[in-house]
Structures are given as structure tokens and as C-alpha cells.
Design a protein around this ligand. Structure first.
Ligand code: DGJ
Length: 547
């Protein structure tokens, strides 16, 4: 993460202006209060996004119909893979036609791109590597099972593999810089995809065996020591149960079980990803992240992708991969709220590259929650092009986020905004309890409409809403399926009422266009603001105090 407005940066951009050079700073992460935002061409941007299915971006013809539909459903960003096998079919001979087509077509539709580097690993496996890598097991060794059998996963331990992946990734970044450093269509990079070892906890090949007998690297020991008080609970417990040693072999420090072997796996994947990221940033420095295949509770490492940047291994990845800007969870489990709260940390801004499948009914409410409550940089459901002909609720929710984007960006990190959705648990139970939060000078209580009859109203569990303070008594309230009451905070009159409530929308220039003045039955005679189930909308309200 870099600082946005350094003196040096200001002087450089002034010189560029004087010289008449249209030089754009690369996309970068910039702090605003407690939030971290993505700046593109000097302006903050919220990624209202979706990720393409794995094979779609490999054909410009296949994608041709989809770009306009994605734009029409109010996306501003598409997450699209670039495959190592396509850009370097022969070692050292690059073919960037697939990348150029992506950039050209995204630009033509005024869309930004987050490019997913499908290099050494995609969903644990190494199927996106070129044939010259796949077929050279001596130079690019496979990870091995305990009996020595190789799996279709490249070992993270081989310097030649890192070097080859680095060369290809750096060439990709250099190419993107050459064709895109003025327009910044590409705004962020994902390094590999869902890294993790299967079907066993770690690699048992010769390089891995030797490393596992050796000492835990000093960098990891130093990180654990320095961050002892803030380690994630499982990591702290694992280390402290063995006596919080500051040196020793992996078994000395983390014990003989699966948990310690998973730390070993995580460390080596993190070091590889860090080396790859450094090579990419040296060619073109922009935000780069890794995504996570989450672990099902109760499963052993290896039954899920072992050693990925999982909730219990965040510290290992932070220690091993400091060049990576953040870790981004892919969330297909119902307990979205709990998961995202674990990945929103002072050292980890939140971004969700795969927020379930695009047609999942919980997705729109989750988008509001991540962006409005946890200041997410962006949100992208998976297989977005599969719903672009009939985007349904997600299209409506994205239309609202698109309109609110300037207000959201102005409020992120500054205590002027929050968002709400009924929390879903891992077993899909939905918790309908109302939530109360102070936003600016008022305390809001949000309940979910038709609380008594959730089964009769399938929209209720999918409710979602956002409240943004825009003035001392002025708020935008948007979403669907929520009922909002309010009370003043601080000294003075103890009750709050509605001065005015309008429905409406923001036009393409960002101007408010008022619709009906809502009163009477629409506000329960002044008692509450209500956004009806299934009807995504925006209301602009002004409150007042009385006693
Ligand atoms: C997660 C992966 O990251 C995606 O590339 C895709 O394979 C989805 N799973 C499929 O559900």
C-alpha cells in the first residue's frame, strides 16, 4: 500500500502537467478514515463487479454479447481470468491477443477489469500452466503424496517454477502497462486463484521433506513474536500450546499434528505468492491480492485446500507475503456476515471477488452489507454473465449501488454510513433480530419487514439496506425489505420525527430526481421509513427532533 499524496507525487504530477504529458498514476490503495479505497486516475472507485465463469474470457467471440449486458446491469468492473497457457504457449514467446481483446472490449463498454492471473495454481490444481510446464516434471516438480506419487499440483518448493511463473506474470504486467497505463482499464490484479494443497495437508516431495526437517524461518518467528497479542485465536493457541517457542523445527514450534503441517504449507505458498507479486509489481505496480477457498468446518486440511490464506492462517500469509495488498475471501457458504467480518482488519481491506453464484438470492443483500457496513473496495458474484440476460434482483440492487456510489465513497471510513441484512448462519438459519446503530446524530433501528411471516415472504431473508448521512439531519436510506426507526443522540430533545421523506433516484449526472413525497400509510403516519420487500429503492429523508 502506498501513500496517495506524497510531496514527491505532487511535484511529479505538476511537472507532468507542465510538460503536457497525460500521465496517469497507476491504480492504488488510499486510506480514508478507517477505510481503504481503490483510487483509479486519482479518484476513488467502488468496484460494482462480477466474475466471469472460468472459460468465458478465453474467447472474444463468446464474450461479444455479454459486455453490453453486463454494463446494462450496472456493473462497472468485470473480473476476468488470463491464462498462462494462452499468453506463453511456447516458452519465452508471448501472445497477448487474449489480453488485448479483453482490454479493448471492456474499454468499449466503459468497464474496468480486475485480471485474475491463472498461473501456477487455479483452485489448487496446475491445469492452466502451459504444456511445456506440464510436461517437464523434472524441471517443474509436482507436489507429492506421502508415497511419492505426484499430483497435478506444482510444488511450491521449486525455484524453477517460481522463476517461470514470475517471468510470465512480469511479462503480462509489462504488457498491461504498455497498453493501459494512460486509460487504466485494468485496476487490480489477483495473483493465482484459490491456492491450497489437495488431497493431503502438505507436499511430501524431496524438497518439501528437507524443508520440513529444517528450522521455521526467522521471519515467521519474528512476526508471531511481534504480533502475539493480535494473532487470530487458532494461530495463537497452536503456537502457545507448544510453548510459544521462538526457534526450532516445524514440529518443535507447531507440534506434530496436521495443524502445524498446514502452517508449513501456508508459509511456502505465501512465499511463492509474495515472490510472484514482487515480480509483477516491479513491472507495473498496482494493487494485487490473493483469493481464498474457504474451509468447511469439521474437515481436515487436504480435504479442503490446505494452507491457503484461510481465516486461521491469515497471520502466516501476512508474515510470508507482505507484497500482497490484501487477502480476499470467496464466499459460497451462507454465513457471509461472519466470514467478511474476519477478513476486514486494519491490515486487510475487504474485497469479495466471488460472492456466491450470481443467481443466489442472498447476493444483493450481501453486496449492501459488505460495501456499506465494512467499507468493501468491491463485490463480485461468480459467473456473472450467466444471469446477464435476466439479472433480476441483483440488477436492481446494482442499479441502486451505482447511483449511490459517490455518496458511499464520500462516507466510507468516516462513521457516516452503515448497512444491514439479516445474518445467515452456516446452517442457513436466518437471524431476524433488529439491529441498532448510531449513524451521525441519530440512532437507527433496522428491522426486517414481515418478521412474523418470513416463510410466507421469501424476500425477507434477502433483505438489505444502507443508511448514509449526507447532512446534519439528512440521510439516504436504500435497499429493500427493511423498516427503520430513529432516535436522537446526545443532548437536546429526546424524540425524532420525519421532517420529509421522498422516494427518488439519482440521474446519470448524479442529481437527485424526487418522486413521491412519502407520508401517511407509506411512513406509518410518521413512525418509520420502510423499503418494501422485493422493491429496491432509495429514499432521501430529513429528520427533526422534538419533546
Ligand atoms: C471457485 C473458483 O475460484 C472459481 O474459479 C470457480 O471454479 C468456482 N469456484 C466455481 O464454483
Amino acid at each position: 500500500m502506498r501513500l496517495s499524496a506524497t510531496l514527491g507525487g505532487t511535484i511529479a504530477s505538476n511537472l507532468a502537467l507542465i510538460a503536457g504529458v497525460a500521465q496517469a498514476a497507476p491504480p492504488q490503495l488510499v486510506k480514508q478514515g478507517t477505510a481503504t479505497q481503490l483510487h483509479v486516475q486519482g479518484q476513488p472507485m467502488l468496484l460494482i463487479a462480477g466474475e466471469l465463469g472460468n472459460s468465458s474470457a478465453s474467447s472474444a467471440t463468446y464474450m461479444a454479447l455479454h459486455w453490453k449486458r453486463l454494463k446494462d446491469m450496472h456493473l462497472n468492473t468485470v473480473l476476468a481470468p488470463v491464462a498462462w497457457e494462452l499468453i506463453e504457449p511456447v516458452e519465452g514467446k508471448y501472445d497477448f491477443s487474449s489480453v488485448d481483446a479483453l482490454i479493448r472490449d471492456a474499454r468499449a463498454h466503459d468497464l474496468k477489469l480486475v485480471i485474475l492471473w491463472f498461473g501456477a495454481w487455479k483452485n489448487s490444481m496446475s491445469t492452466y500452466v502451459p504444456a511445456w510446464v506440464k510436461r517437464d516434471q523434472a524441471r517443474f516438480p509436482r507436489a507429492a503424496l506421502p508415497n511419492g506419487q505426484g499430483v497435478e499440483i506444482l510444488s511450491a518448493m521449486a525455484p524453477a517454477t517460481l522463476e517461470a511463473d514470475q517471468k510470465a506474470y512480469a511479462a503480462l504486467m509489462a504488457h498491461i502497462r504498455a497498453v493501459d497505463d494512460k486509460q487504466n482499464t485494468v485496476v487490480m490484479m489477483q495473483v493465482e486463484n484459490e491456492i491450497g494443497m489437495l488431497p493431503v495437508v502438505r507436499d511430501y516431495g524431496p524438497l518439501a521433506q528437507a524443508a520440513f526437517q529444517g528450522p521455521v524461518p526467522a521471519e515467521l518467528m519474528a512476526y508471531l513474536t511481534q504480533h502475539r497479542d493480535t494473532l487470530v485465536p487458532q494461530m495463537k493457541q497452536l503456537w502457545e500450546e507448544q510453548g510459544a517457542k521462538t526457534s526450532g523445527t516445524w514440529i518443535d514450534v507447531f507440534g506434530p499434528g496436521h495443524a502445524g503441517e498446514e502452517v508449513f504449507t501456508a508459509w511456502h505458498y505465501a512465499r511463492f505468492a509474495d515472490g510472484l507479486t514482487r515480480a509483477g509489481k516491479a513491472a507495473y505496480d498496482m494493487p494485487m491480492y490473493v483469493n481464498v477457498a474457504l474451509n468447511r468446518p469439521g474437515r481436515l486440511p487436504g480435504e479442503y485446500p490446505s494452507g491457503g490464506p484461510l481465516p486461521h492462517l491469515i497471520d502466516v500469509w501476512k508474515a510470508g507475503a507482505p507484497a500482497i495488498d490484501f487477502i480476499a475471501p470467496d464466499i459460497y457458504f451462507p454465513n457471509f456476515v461472519d466470514i467478511v467480518n474476519g477478513y476486514k482488519r486494519p491490515d486487510n481491506p475487504l474485497f469479495i471477488p466471488e460472492a456466491n453464484n450470481a443467481d443466489h438470492p442472498q447476493v444483493p443483500g450481501n453486496a449492501f452489507y459488505a460495501i456499506g457496513k465494512l467499507d468493501a473496495i468491491g463485490f463480485g458474484p461468480f459467473s456473472i454473465e450467466s444471469i446477464d440476460e435476466k439479472p433480476g434482483q441483483l440488477g436492481e440492487a446494482y442499479a441502486i449501488l451505482d447511483q449511490l456510489q459517490p455518496h458511499i465513497l464520500a462516507a466510507q471510513g468516516l462513521g457516516r454510513m452503515s448497512a444491514f441484512r439479516p445474518k445467515a448462519l452456516y446452517d442457513e438459519t436466518i437471524v431476524y433480530e433488529p439491529v441498532t446503530e448510531k449513524i451521525g446524530n441519530y440512532r437507527f433501528t433496522v428491522s426486517y419487514a414481515d418478521i412474523q411471516r418470513p416463510v410466507l415472504n421469501p424476500e425477507t431473508g434477502n433483505a438489505g439496506g444502507i443508511i448514509i448521512q449526507t447532512g446534519p439531519e439528512d440521510y439516504l436510506i436504500a435497499g429493500q425489505g427493511i423498516t427503520v426507526t430513529f432516535a436522537p443522540v446526545g443532548p437536546g430533545p429526546s424524540l425524532a420525527g420525519i421532517d420529509s421523506a421522498y422516494e427518488g433516484h439519482f440521474d446519470a449526472q448524479g442529481r437527485w430526481v424526487a418522486g413521491r413525497l412519502l407520508n401517511g400509510d407509506q411512513t406509518h403516519q410518521g413512525r418509520h421509513i420502510r423499503l418494501f420487500p422485493g422493491q429496491w429503492g432509495i429514499q432521501k429523508i430529513r429528520l427533526y427532533r422534538y419533546q
